[in-house]
Design a protein around this ligand. Structure first.
Ligand code: FAD
Length: 385
């Protein structure tokens, strides 16, 4: 059963800008046109877009200002940018007040928005709204359209004073709605809104002032068991490892080339991980928001195969990096590209000897190095007490 929560962005997604454009047109339309300015979809839209950027940058710099305030305050600047030499003579404070009151605050739900919400609710979804706008104005848009939006389902960035699309802004809601391990749906007209909403973290700490790690870490527990942590700028941490929970079950992972299926044994391994291992994270409420399985291609002798495939003219291979491809693939790829483009033999390119493909290596009957390593761990006699 998927997550039955859907979070809508409001202005620009459910609510359209037409009413705002209408009032700009009524107050200033002819005057603007006389100056060669298209008042609605050009001036109006530019005003909205610039306000969004200012709002976001102010939030990023730690100086959060509610969106409506930003929007109103840049009006004169926008006129000037549109080519009006003396904005305050061109428009009056009353013009601005009317545009804000009758246009901006009275924007309307797009046609079909109400039915959309009703259909989703009918299908068992709980509908949420998460806005950069203030609660009273945005709540008013729903009321005006006759859509019941309970106060507890309507959230604003004003509460945390962190603007979209900062992933921090989505965290509290994302955490609240993904407690069963599945992710809620985000619906937004802006690409950045949805992408920031969905991308938040692997392990994430929901508290705005929660702990943060600056460095990457490897936590090694014994010869064969270790995890690694890579912090990201949004405060989330990409983690890997989890051998404790799957390594002993050879059939679960060895020879498995299907990474479309999650390894069930390891699914819960990273739950509570930061709380267990890092001081200062005990009350962080950090949780795992995504888990996936990745297949690593290990060669039987532990070295990659790079070069022309024996007995298959015209076919080359560059694979088997055995979980350590990052520092090796670039120069290996350069070597193979030189072989193909310049017709060089493997001996003539810059490539470690042990990486060269050969019939002996391909046909080797030697036990797979990964299997031997596993046997050393699980099949060695227990030490006597
Ligand atoms: C969970 C996990 C953790 C890892 N951690 C590390 C690590 O910490 N350090 C490290 O060094 N390495 C690590 N690796 C290994 C590393 O990711 C690989 O060794 C490396 O990515 C191999 O690079 P590659 O270019 O050979 O292959 P890949 O990165 O796999 O690239 C192959 C590309 O080919 C594309 N492709 C496949 N079939 C086709 C097709 N028919 N047509 C067109 N395109 C196709 C694929 O989409 C992919 O983009 C890890 C791997 C996994 C899964």
């Amino acid at each position: 059963m998927g997550n039955k929560n859907i979070v809508f962005d409001v202005v620009g997604t459910l609510v359209g800008y037409e009413k705002l454009y209408e009032v700009i047109e009524a107050r200033l339309g002819p005057k603007m046109r006389a100056q060669g300015i298209e008042p609605t979809s050009m001036f109006g839209y530019m005003w909205i877009e610039v306000a969004e950027r200012e709002y976001t940058y102010l939030s990023m710099s730690g100086a959060y200002v509610p969106y409506a305030q930003v929007f109103e305050s840049i009006f004169w600047h926008m006129l000037w940018k549109a080519g009006i030499q003396e904005p305050r003579k061109f428009a009056t404070s009353e013009d601005l007040a009317v545009i804000m009151e009758d246009g901006y605050k009275k924007m309307e739900m797009r046609s079909g928005a109400k039915e959309c919400v009703q259909k989703l609710r009918g299908a068992g979804f709980t509908v949420w709204a998460f806005t950069m706008g203030d609660l009273s104005r945005v709540g008013g848009y729903f009321k005006q359209a006759g859509i019941d939006m309970p106060a507890e389902h309507l959230k604003s960035c004003d509460s945390s004073k962190i603007g979209k699309p900062d992933p921090e802004a989505y965290r509290p809601l994302l955490k609240q709605l993904s407690s069963d391990g599945s992710l809620p749906w985000f619906a937004a007209a802006h690409m950045w809104d949805v992408s920031a909403a969905r991308r938040t973290g692997r392990i994430i700490s929901p508290k705005v002032d929660g702990p943060f790690i600056n460095n990457s870490y490897i936590l090694r527990f014994n010869d064969y068991e270790y995890d690694y942590l890579i912090p990201r700028h949004d405060g989330s941490i990409v983690v890997g490892g989890a051998r404790r929970d799957y390594y002993n079950d050879l059939g679960e992972w060895f020879g498995n080339s299907d990474d479309s299926k999650l390894m069930e044994n390891a699914k819960g391994y990273f739950d509570g991980y930061m709380q267990r291992h890092f001081q200062g994270w005990e009350d962080s409420e950090a949780f795992t928001d995504s888990v996936w399985t990745g297949i690593m291609g290990y060669s039987s002798d532990g070295f990659p195969h790079v070069g022309a495939i024996p007995d298959k003219p015209g076919q080359f291979i560059c694979a088997g990096f055995s979980g350590h491809g990052m520092p090796q693939v670039f120069l290996s790829a350069k070597a193979i590209a030189t072989m193909i483009a310049k017709g060089k033999d493997v001996e003539e390119v810059d490539l470690p000897r042990l990486y060269r493909v050969s019939k002996e290596r391909v046909n080797s009957q030697q036990e797979h190095a990964t299997l031997s390593a596993w046997k050393r761990v699980f099949e060695q006699p227990m030490p006597k007490l």
